[in-house]
Structures are given as C-alpha cells and as structure tokens.
Design a protein around this ligand. Structure first.
Ligand code: NAD
Ligand code: USQ
Length: 416
C-alpha cells in the first residue's frame, strides 16, 4: 500500500515507517522536525543519539534495499499538505504528528495554545486534505488513553451504551482528560468523528497507553536507525524515566501515593497495532476506536518492577514518593477494555520480559549522555513552570500569531 506516516522523525513514527517499509509498503515519511526545535528550546535531548532524517533514510536503503520517501512538511501548512496528499494518493495515512507532552502543554498559556493549535489545526487540515484529494484513504490517528481520564466505571473502546429515561443509545464514551495536551486529543477525536459522519471518511482512532522500550527489530539493525528515547521531566514517559533515574543512582520519582494506574505497551506492539489497523481498515463513514495498550500498572507497581529488573543485574534501586506536580487521582478504579486489537491478532510483548534484557541494558549503555539537570519535573499543573523558557515561547507565540494575522493566512499555515 501507499502509506504516509506523519510525525516520522519521532519516537514512534520512525520505527513505524521502518516497520511498514520492511513489510513491503511504499512509505512516505513526513515531519516538520519541530520536535527537534522543542528539544533545543527546553535544553533536552534523547538518551539514544538520533541521526538526521536524511541519514536515517539513506541508512535504511543501504541496510534493507528499500526506499522511504522523506518529506519535511508541517501539517499546519494546508497548501503543502494538500499537494502531498494529491500527489501520493495514499491508501492509508498514519498520524503521529502532534505535540505529545502533557507537561509541555501545562508550562504557560503560550504552550497550551501552541499545543492545541498545532494538534487540532494539523488534524483538521489532514481531514480536509483527505476529503478533497484522497477520500478513500484510511486515516489511522494516534489518540490517547488519557482522553478518558479515570472514571469510576469500566472504560470501553470509544463508545458506551447508555440508557436514559427509558431510551438507549450508543454514544461516545465521556472524556475527562488530565492536561491541555490530552484535551487536544479529545478535540481531535470529536473532529474526526464528525468528518467521518459528515463526509464519509474512514478512520481508526488508536487510543494508545504509555509506550515504553527503546528498540524494534528494524531500529536495532544499525545505530543510525535508532529512535529517540526521552527521559527528562518534560518529554520522558514514566517507565523510561524510572530506568534512567535508577541508572544514574537517583531515586525513581513516584508522584504522590503512586496509585495512578495507566495502560502500557511495548514500542514493538505500537508498530504491530498500526499494521493491524491498516490491514483491517475502517469502512467508508466509519469512525472506530481501538484502545491500544496491553497491560495496566499503577505507577508504584512500575517502580517496583524497575527495582526487581535491576536486581537481576545486581543493581540497587531506591524509590522515592515526591509531591505530585500534576492534578490527578492517586488512588482510583481502573479497568479499561482493549479487545479489538487482540481480536485482530495482536500478541503482546510483556513488560516482565522486556524490562530486564532490553530497557535496563540499553539505558546503561548510554548513561554517559544523561543530562542530569533536565531530569526533575519542572512543570506544576497548578503553577506552570520553566519561567524563562515560558517567556521565550510566549514572545515567540505572540510573534507567530501577529504574523499570521497580518498575512491573513489560515491559523498554522506555514508560519513556522
Ligand atoms: P514525538 O514527539 O517523539 O514525535 C512526534 C513527531 O511529530 C515529532 O517528530 C514532531 O517533529 C512531529 N510533529 C509535531 N507536530 C507536527 C506538525 N504540525 N507537522 C509535522 N510534524 C509534526 O512523539 P511520540 O512519542 O512519537 O508520539 C507520537 C504520537 O503518538 C503522538 O500523537 C502522541 O500523542 C501519541 N502517543 C504517544 C505515546 C507515548 O507514550 N509516546 C502514548 C500515546 C500516544
Ligand atoms: N509519573 C510519575 N513519576 C514520573 C513521571 C510520571 O509518577 O516521574 C506518573 C504521572 O503522574 C502519571 C503517569 O506517571 O500519572 C504517566 O505519566 P507519563 O508522563 O508517563 O504519561 P502521560 O503524561 O500520560 O503522557 C504519555 C505520553 C503521551 C501519551 C500518554 C498516554 O507523553 O503522549 O498520550 O502517555 S496515556 O497516559 O494513556 O494518556
């Protein structure tokens, strides 16, 4: 199939582009490289060194004999996006291209606006581009389990049967997102659902849990094919952070009581889930949701797993409960369904098998690159954070908005 992967320079987009290319698909890898810019602004960097897109694509061709078409493009640039979709005539698009950090979105007003404009406008542009230039294309969109929040009832896959005053209906599952980032995904979901209903587009929203892990079969083939691995206080996800904290002899930072429970999955299952969604497409007019995770753990349980995994290597680990910088429930009911992808044939990798041999080992290999001053959580949900960087972004966002207003271009159009 002809497939465009948006966000292909990212942690998940790059391994997905490789995985699909390895399986014979014709892949276009698209990214604005904005994440590399955000890293520079935040003073953060991937633990594992990441080659430029040009080098990665050339290396992949040398290693596999397969070409990936690399294209630098901002989804917020509607004109360029329409041209690409028109030229490629994709049968499927996979959309990873968003600002994906909850802490980043909570730094300041400018960061919240930047997150929601980037994510919501980019997705809207994609919906219009597909409607007008490749209406049969299946849109596979990365959503998040965090859209649902932590309700005191079971979480269903996107929809719930409700009986109210004697009548029944199947309605979108209630959303109670926990950050302006997670809310951007809620807004995306509503927009995609509407576009499927109004225009007959076909879409799968993959409500993904927290991903862990460093490598897939393809990224492990050469160091220039490696994907990024974030561990810092802004971009690092919880398990990756715990492994790095422990590797440099710091206590692992469990926020609050640690009863916060989330769905998790191995990066190798992310790429497989995307493949399964593409191979079993939604129908015209259908908007469906797959909850994409394989196991659920509380944060305290995860810390305990890291302690045990490192003990296998004879390494000691200290766990510390620190005041929670986020507004979230620290003890709650959590039972989320995740059956659709299993029904399609997903065979999950288990955390117990991965952690000891893969993550702990690779983290130890690169431990010399850790930027210790970026590890602490610097963003508080109630007060924001990183005052200097916030001011910088505030003035940058202000300039961008002024520029857009003067040029009377659509919001987000090519102003970066
Ligand atoms: P990432 O930051 O590593 O990658 C995202 C990529 O998208 C970056 O390379 C960035 O430059 C690009 N991008 C952002 N905005 C863009 C735009 N307007 N136009 C073009 N490119 C743009 O993030 P990731 O961890 O790979 O996450 C990918 C997707 O999966 C995100 O949508 C995220 O919300 C979702 N997700 C991630 C996780 C996780 O644990 N990493 C879990 C659930 C869902
Ligand atoms: N946490 C700690 N200690 C830390 C870091 C995090 O206890 O040092 C806790 C958080 O408070 C939270 C949980 O771990 O309760 C998960 O935090 P996270 O930073 O790993 O994940 P989150 O902010 O939810 O975001 C990540 C990705 C995001 C994706 C989401 C999936 O960055 O793109 O959407 O996971 S989900 O959580 O299912 O919404």
């Amino acid at each position: 199939m002809r497939i465009i992967v948006f966000g292909a320079d990212g942690y998940l987009g790059w391994p997905t582009a490789l995985y699909l290319s390895a399986r014979g698909h014709d892949v276009w890898a698209v990214d604005s490289l904005v994440r590399r810019k955000w890293d520079r602004l935040c003073g953060t960097q991937s633990l594992v060194p990441v080659a430029s897109m040009e080098r990665r694509v050339a290396r992949w061709e040398a290693v596999s004999g397969k070409a990936i078409h690399w294209c630098k493009l901002d989804l917020c640039d509607l004109v360029a996006l329409e041209q690409l979709v028109d030229e490629v005539q994709p049968e499927a698009v996979v959309h990873f291209a968003e600002q994906r950090s909850a802490p980043y979105s909570m730094i300041s007003a400018a960061h919240a606006v930047e997150t929601q404009v980037n994510n919501v406008a980019g997705t809207l542009n994609l919906l219009f581009a597909v409607r007008d230039h490749a209406p049969d294309c299946h849109i596979v969109k990365l959503g998040t389990m965090g859209e649902y929040g932590t309700p005191d009832i079971d979480i269903e896959e996107g929809f719930i049967e409700i009986e109210h005053n004697g009548r029944r209906d199947r309605l979108p599952y209630p959303k109670q997102a926990g950050s302006f980032y997670h809310l951007s995904k809620v807004h995306d979901s509503h927009n995609i659902l509407f576009a499927c209903r109004a225009w007959g587009l076909a879409s799968t929203d993959l409500n993904q849990g927290v991903v862990y892990g460093v490598a897939t079969e393809e990224t492990a083939m050469h160091r220039e094919l490696a994907t990024r691995f974030d561990y810092d206080g802004i971009w690092g996800t919880v398990l990756n952070r715990f492994c790095v904290q422990a590797a440099i002899g710091r206590p692992v930072s469990v926020y609050g009581r640690g009863g916060q429970t989330r769905g998790f999955l191995d990066i190798r299952d992310t790429v497989r889930c995307v493949e399964l969604a593409i191979a079993n497409p939604a129908e015209a007019g259908e908007y469906r949701v797959f909850n994409q995770f394989t196991e659920q753990f509380s944060v305290a349980e995860l810390a305990e797993r890291v302690v045990r995994a490192r003990a296998h290597h004879g390494l000691e680990t200290v766990v510390e409960h620190i005041p929670n910088p986020r507004s979230e429930k620290e003890e709650h009911y959590y039972n989320a369904r995740h059956q659709h992808l299993m029904d399609l044939g997903l065979v999950p990798h288990k955390l117990a098998d991965t952690l000891v041999d893969d993550v702990v080992t690779v983290v130890n290999q690169h431990v010399g690159r850790v930027r210790v001053n970026t590890i602490d959580s610097v963003v508080d949900w109630r007060k924001g954070g990183m005052v200097a960087a916030a001011r910088q972004a505030d003035s940058r966002a202000g300039q961008l908005l002024a520029l857009r207003a003067r040029a009377a271009v659509p919001v987000g159009a090519g102003a970066r």
